[in-house]
Design a protein around this ligand. Structure first.
Ligand code: NAI
Length: 399
């Protein structure tokens, strides 16, 4: 029976689905270190991780038979994607399943910060009745500055406008402005006009420390700051200084430069004593609805890859969306993207008088992927001949 290992408390529907598809599934609650992961991957075909398990070159070299990795989250930076691809390991993620969850929390955070709910709650818990409108505002009519207008940023834009906010955004790429949102040419243009600044950039390396002292300094007096994107993007020391000086009126931070590995681990932040501050433990995308949706989405991608060879929505393979096998066997051949590999595959099959019932080829970057449904079952010599074609990375026969 094929084996699947699911780490980091992935939604139980994923394990159930994989079991229904014939896998023996082992689940673990926490993340694993590099050496623990290598150990645990013995005999494993499919690995499921969330954001805390890093799949390095060392892991891939140590477990070359691993077939696919499912990232049950949005980001895939925890996996060395290129190395996995050139070693025949397909990687899948769930790019949209928790978008709505993040957007709803951002909206909730903004309303709470504009009404100074964290400060009011703190006072109430300490026996102080402070019924005043000081520093409290409606969201209606406020300018929201969204940095990173991708899946989350653009959906936030729509919901914020529905609340009567004016939306501005800044993105490195050309993006279609939804509704009445206005694109800013520069980051400073956005910072200088926004009452609320919220980060929704991706986790590319160049975004490390992207939002620091200079950027905070450009924000409006009494504005609000939110980061629910990546922890390494914003300088929290600079944020603290601007909160302490009274320049920034409140902040919500969901992601941190260093985060504990698992639930229950201790956590400290210098922002803990701030007055109008919402601190959450990287739960922007963590709703039961999102987890369930991610569990379904990624396990389906893994099952489709295992059973059909389909690489549709893979983040590191040429994409081929395949239907049911139209022959008696399906041969999935991943190779370096060199000229003539398809011709050589067909030559080997032709030499053995094997008829091709259907064939699909995809190439991307360094990789080529050809999937062939054959009308006769190939024998061992034919498979060996296919495997010895120059540039072959991995070959699988799917019945
Ligand atoms: P996405 O990839 O769809 O959008 C990111 C956008 O940011 C892209 O349009 C990109 O061009 C832009 N961008 C990147 N660097 C930029 C920069 N320096 N300046 C301006 N624009 C820049 O990503 P998506 O799905 O919208 O997610 C956004 C972030 O939210 C990601 O970092 C993701 O990891 C994080 N996230 C956090 C969650 C949480 O639990 N807090 C849950 C889900 C996602």
């Amino acid at each position: 029976m094929p084996q699947a290992l699911l780490l980091e408390n992935i939604h139980p529907d994923a394990a159930k689905s994989l079991r229904d598809h014939g896998f023996t599934v082992t689940t673990m609650k926490g993340a694993l270190s590099e050496d623990e992961l290598i150990e645990a991957l013995d005999g494993v075909d499919l690995l499921g991780v969330r954001s805390k398990t890093t799949v390095t070159r060392k892991v891939i070299d140590a477990r070359p038979n691993l077939s696919a990795i499912g990232c049950f989250c949005i980001g895939t930076n925890q996996v060395d994607l290129d190395y996995a691809g050139t070693h025949g390991i397909a990687v899948f993620n769930a790019p949209y399943s928790n978008t709505r969850s993040v957007v709803e929390l951002v909206i909730g955070d903004i309303i709470c910060l504009l009404r100074r709910i964290p400060a009011h709650t703190h006072h109430m818990k300490h026996g102080m009745w402070d019924k005043s409108a000081n520093g409290s505002h409606e969201v209606r009519g406020k300018t929201l500055g969204i940095i990173g207008y991708g899946n989350i940023g653009s959906q936030l834009s729509v919901l914020a406008e529905a609340l009567g906010m004016r939306v501005m955004f800044y993105d490195l790429e050309e993006k279609l402005a939804l509704g009445n949102a206005q694109r800013c040419e520069t980051l400073n243009e956005l910072l200088e006009q926004s009452d609320i600044v919220t980060l929704h950039v991706d986790g590319r390396k160049s975004n490390t420390g992207f939002f620091g002292e200079d950027q905070f300094a450009h924000m409006k007096q009494d504005s609000i700051f939110l980061n629910l994107s990546r922890g390494f993007v914003a300088d929290l020391g600079a944020l603290k200084q601007h909160l302490d000086s009274g320049h920034i009126a409140g902040a919500a931070v969901d992601v941190f430069p260093i985060e504990p590995k698992k639930t229950g681990d201790p956590f400290e932040t210098a922002l803990a004593d701030e007055d109008n501050m919402i601190l959450t433990p990287h739960i922007g995308g963590s709703t039961l609805e999102a987890q369930e949706s991610i569990g379904h989405f990624v396990s389906q991608r893994l099952e489709d890859y295992w059973e059909k060879g389909s690489t549709s929505l893979s983040v590191n393979m040429p994409q081929i969306n395949l239907s049911e096998n139209r022959g008696v066997a399906r041969i999935a051949h991943l190779h370096s993207n060199l000229p003539g590999v398809l011709a050589r595959v067909n030559h080997v099959l032709g030499e053995e008088n094997i008829n091709i019932a259907a064939q699909a080829l995809g190439t991307e970057g360094e990789l080529g992927y050809v999937v062939t449904d054959v009308a006769q079952r190939p024998n061992r010599e034919t498979l060996e001949a296919l495997r010895s074609i120059e540039g072959t990375i991995r070959m699988r026969v799917i019945s």
